[in-house]
Design a protein around this ligand. Structure first.
Ligand code: KG4
Ligand code: ZN
Length: 344
C-alpha cells in the first residue's frame, strides 16, 4: 500500500450542476457532512431557470461550504483536496462551483479534483455509511434523473459504460412535465409520487414505445398524457381535480414498469445480477419497491440509495473524488466546466 493510501484524507466536495448548491466533507469514504441548499425560486416557473440558478449558487456557496466544514468539525487547513462537479449540467451553475473550487485549491495549495456528475450518482453506492452492503463489481446502475436516463455497467470505480439510455426526454422530465400539465409545482416527481399513493395505478393506460436493444423514449408518454387530458377535459372541465390521484398513480406505474422492464432485459443480457438505482427519480417509492420485487423474484441483489444520496448532493462528488485521489487523477486550473460530458 502506498504512503498516500495509508494516509487518512479529508475531501471537501462541491456540487452545483443544476439547482442544488451542495457541499460535503468526506473523511476517507465516510461522509462527515452533506449540506444541500435547494432553490425554491424555480417552483413557480415549472422548471429550472438557468440564470436564476447561477445567481442562487453565488449567494449560497459560501454559507453552504461554511456549514459543511463546521458540521464536519474541520477547517480549510485540514483539507487534503477539493473536488467539484465539472459536468454535465447548466454552464452558469457549473461555473460557480468550478471557480470556487479552483480558488480554494490555489489558496490552500491542495489538489483539485474534477468529477463527472453522472459518475458521482453511480459511485454514491460506495459511500461507507452505517452497515450498508455494497454492490460487487461488475454491477448495473439505472441512473434516472431530471436530465438523464441510462443503464450503466460499472466494472470498477473508474470503468463505466453506458449500455443504453433514453433517446429523448429523461424519466425525471416525464414526471416534471406531467406534473406541470396537472397543475402541480416543480419538481413534479415527488408530488406525483405522493398523490400516486392515494390512486389506482391501473385505471388509465398510457403507452410507451418498446425500442430494439437497451433504450428508452419518454417524449411520447408526455404527449399521450396531454391528449388524454385534453379529451377528458372537453366533457368534464373538473376531470383533473376529480381524478388527480388516479392519473398520477397510472402515469407513475407506466414509467416505473417501463424503467424496470428494460433494466431487467439489461440484467438478463449481461448476466449481471447486482442492480442499483441512482439519481433523483430513484427516490420514487414505487421504483424502489419495484426493484426489490424484481430482484426477489429472480434471486438478484437490489441496491437502493439512501434518500439523501438520490437527488443531487456533494457527498456523491466526494466519494468519486476519493477514488480519483487514490490514483492521483488531479485537475489543474485550466479545467473548465462542460455542459455535456461522457462517462468513463
Ligand atoms: O438527480 P436530480 O436531483 O437532478 C438531476 O441531475 O437532474 O434529479 C431530479 C429529478 C427531477 O426530475 C425530480 O422530479 C425527480 O428527480 N424526482 C422524483 C422523485 N424525487 C425527485 N421523481 C419521481 N419520484 C420522486 N419521489
Ligand atoms: Zn443529478
Amino acid at each position: 500500500m502506498s504512503e498516500r493510501m495509508k494516509k487518512k484524507i479529508f475531501i471537501l466536495a462541491i456540487e452545483s450542476s443544476c439547482d442544488e448548491t451542495s457541499a460535503a466533507v468526506l473523511y476517507d469514504k465516510r461522509v462527515l457532512s452533506n449540506v444541500i441548499a435547494d432553490q425554491k425560486v424555480h417552483g413557480k416557473y415549472g422548471g429550472v431557470v438557468p440564470e436564476l440558478a447561477s445567481r442562487a449558487h453565488q449567494a449560497n456557496i459560501v454559507p453552504v461550504v461554511a456549514e459543511a466544514l463546521s458540521i464536519a468539525g474541520i477547517t480549510l487547513n485540514d483539507l487534503s483536496a477539493i473536488a467539484f462537479t465539472q459536468g454535465p449540467g447548466l454552464m452558469g451553475s457549473l461555473l460557480v462551483g468550478t471557480s470556487f473550487a479552483k480558488s480554494v485549491s490555489l489558496a490552500m495549495n491542495i489538489p483539485l479534483i474534477a468529477v463527472n456528475h453522472m459518475e458521482g450518482h453511480v459511485l454514491a453506492h460506495l459511500i461507507e455509511n452505517n452497515d450498508r452492503s455494497f454492490p460487487s463489481f461488475p454491477f448495473l446502475c439505472l441512473t434516472v434523473s431530471g436530465g438523464h436516463t441510462q443503464i450503466v455497467r460499472v466494472d470498477d470505480a473508474y470503468t463505466m459504460n453506458i449500455l443504453g439510455e433514453t433517446r429523448d426526454d429523461a424519466a425525471g422530465e416525464a414526471f416534471d412535465k406531467a406534473a406541470k400539465l396537472l397543475g402541480l409545482p416543480y419538481p413534479g416527481g415527488p408530488q406525483i409520487d405522493r398523490l400516486a399513493k392515494l390512486g389506482d395505478s391501473i385505471r388509465f393506460r398510457f403507452s410507451v414505445p418498446h425500442l430494439d436493444g437497451i433504450a428508452y423514449s419518454f417524449s411520447g408518454l408526455k404527449t399521450s398524457l396531454l391528449y388524454f387530458l385534453k379529451e377528458q377535459l372537453m366533457s368534464d372541465r373538473d376531470f383533473i381535480e376529480k381524478n388527480k390521484a388516479d392519473i398520477c398513480a397510472s402515469y407513475q406505474h407506466t414509467i416505473v414498469t417501463y424503467l424496470l422492464k428494460i433494466f431487467e432485459k439489461a440484467a438478463r443480457e449481461s448476466g449481471i445480477t447486482d442492480l442499483a438505482l441512482a439519481g433523483g427519480v430513484s427516490a420514487n417509492s414505487s421504483l424502489r419497491m419495484g426493484l426489490k420485487e424484481l430482484c426477489d423474484r429472480n434471486g438478484w441483489h437490489p441496491f437502493i440509495p439512501d434518500f439523501e444520496y438520490c437527488t443531487d448532493n456533494a457527498a456523491m462528488i466526494g466519494i468519486a473524488a476519493w477514488y480519483k485521489f487514490q490514483e492521483s487523477k488531479f485537475a489543474d486550473l485550466s479545467f473548465t466546466p462542460k455542459a455535456r460530458m461522457g462517462m468513463g
